[in-house]
Design a protein around this ligand. Structure first.
Ligand SMILES: *Cc1c(COP(=O)(O)O)cnc(C)c1O
Ligand SMILES: [Zn+2]
Length: 418
């Protein structure tokens, strides 16, 4: 049994039974699980975690669904890579990358959906659904296939092909909506009112969101039970950003690392969709919704559900929010690939460019222990990177090869570095 007693409104603190619901009936604030931390502290230890499976379910005691029989396609426990080359390029000696691009459906969304799907089975739903910016559709369809649930996924019609195929292969009911994510989400709220389905990011959102805490736990464990000085995290709804922070703090609260936590939480968005950065910079405490226009489609949420909570974490942790200019998104992807051999999607390009900015602005210092979160895989956003393809096209003989090679060298390497 999970160590969760209730759901609680983040605004008015009213409590509700553990049911598939996400907003407070009194003030419309979002709900989140309330854990029995006393009981968890009695059973959890570094050893109990280290004995667990090599997936996110090694932290089952801190998740709101039963870890006995989870819907588990091996999400999580992804590599934490010491980034010596990228670090050298940026002027950092202690940089780590949390490489979540290697999850089963190739993004961190497998973590949140693994929890939501497990909970959907506990609540006896027969259909798993979502409003998606792309990666979520893939993760929902994959987990539904594994769980024997029906999947209905709603996506904006203009998504990258890699995400559409990456969802369709699992045979969900795929609904392409002629509109942006915020419009898809509004439609899905109406659908969720009418159909008894487990919408992972609507009525299941309190459980779903908790899956992102494992991105915090894992980094701490993989750093040898240390909390980083800085974390750099991409944001769409802002949920993952707030939950990584909660994850670090729970590690300290459970006595697994020394507290208090002094991590500065930095948030990265692309300039074409930066409502949270905008609110942070203009010192607002509310988010002004915008209409997204960005190549980073996985981050294209103009009206972020957890935006105000992300702002609170930014301020409380002493973090900074930064916007990546649109042309820098691909530059970030290329820099990561060409220094560390990791091919990330546009969201990762936003993160790497944000990290670079934070160093240039003097916010992250040379020897600071820093974790940058790489949340999705580049094979899903090939469209933006097509310009890197510039082969030496030759006849099948050695002379042609050498002529082409010499030509390329004298042109400073048409397909060399950069
Ligand atoms: C969804 C997504 C995000 C943002 O997650 P939020 O919790 O909505 O802020 C970041 N990176 C990738 C690759 C995503 O798919
Ligand atoms: Zn309330």
């Amino acid at each position: 049994m999970p160590f969760v007693n209730a759901l609680r409104c983040k605004e008015c603190l009213r409590e509700y039974p553990v049911e598939p619901m996400n907003v407070c009936e009194f003030c419309f604030g979002p709900l989140e699980p309330v854990y029995d931390y006393e009981a968890i502290r009695k059973v959890i230890s570094r050893q109990s975690i280290e004995r667990g499976p090599y997936t996110m379910w090694r932290y089952k005691d801190l998740l709101p669904a039963s870890g006995e029989n989870p819907v588990d396609i091996s999400a999580g426990f992804t590599p934490l890579v010491k980034a010596r080359n990228l670090g050298e390029e940026l002027g950092l000696t202690n940089l780590y990358l949390k490489n979540d691009s290697v999850n089963p459906s190739f993004s961190f969304k497998d973590r949140v959906v693994s929890v939501a799907a497990t909970k959907a089975l506990e609540f006896n739903f027969d259909t798993l659904a979502c409003a998606s910016t792309g990666n979520l559709a893939c993760a929902v369809a994959a987990h539904a296939a594994r769980a024997g649930l029906r999947a209905v996924v709603f996506i904006p019609a203009d998504l990258e092909k890699g995400k559409v195929i990456g969802a369709a292969i699992y045979a969900p009911t795929l609904v392409a909506v002629d509109g942006n994510y915020d419009e898809v989400n509004r439609l899905c709220s109406e659908v969720a009112d009418r159909y008894p389905w487990a919408f992972v990011n609507i009525n299941m959102r309190p459980f779903y969101a908790e899956g992102s805490k494992t991105l915090g736990y894992e980094a701490v464990e993989q750093l040898g039970w240390r909390v980083p000085r800085h974390a750099v995290v991409p944001a769409a709804s802002g949920s993952m950003f707030t939950k990584i922070w909660q994850g670090y703090n729970e590690m300290a609260d459970m006595g697994l690392v020394a507290g208090p936590v002094h991590t500065s939480m930095h948030l990265a968005q692309a300039e074409g969709c930066n409502p949270i950065v905008d609110a942070f910079e203009s010192e607002e405490s509310v988010i002004r919704p915008i209409k997204p226009d960005t190549v980073a489609k996985s981050l294209a949420i103009g009206n972020p559900a957890d935006g105000i909570y992300a702002l609170r974490v930014l301020r409380k942790s002493g973090g900074t929010a930064c916007a990546t200019p649109e042309p820098e998104v691909l530059e970030g992807m290329k820099l990561l690939a060409q220094t560390e051999g990791i091919f990330t999607e546009t969201a990762g390009g936003v993160t790497v460019s944000g990290l670079k900015q934070l160093v240039q602005r003097g916010i992250i210092h040379r020897d600071d222990l820093t974790v940058a979160y790489i949340t999705g895989n580049g094979l899903k956003t090939q469209e933006v990177a097509e310009s890197v393809v510039d082969p030496l096209t030759i006849a099948p003989n050695l002379r042609a090869f050498e002529a082409a090679l010499n030509g390329a060298n004298s042109h400073n390497g048409s397909n060399g570095h950069n």
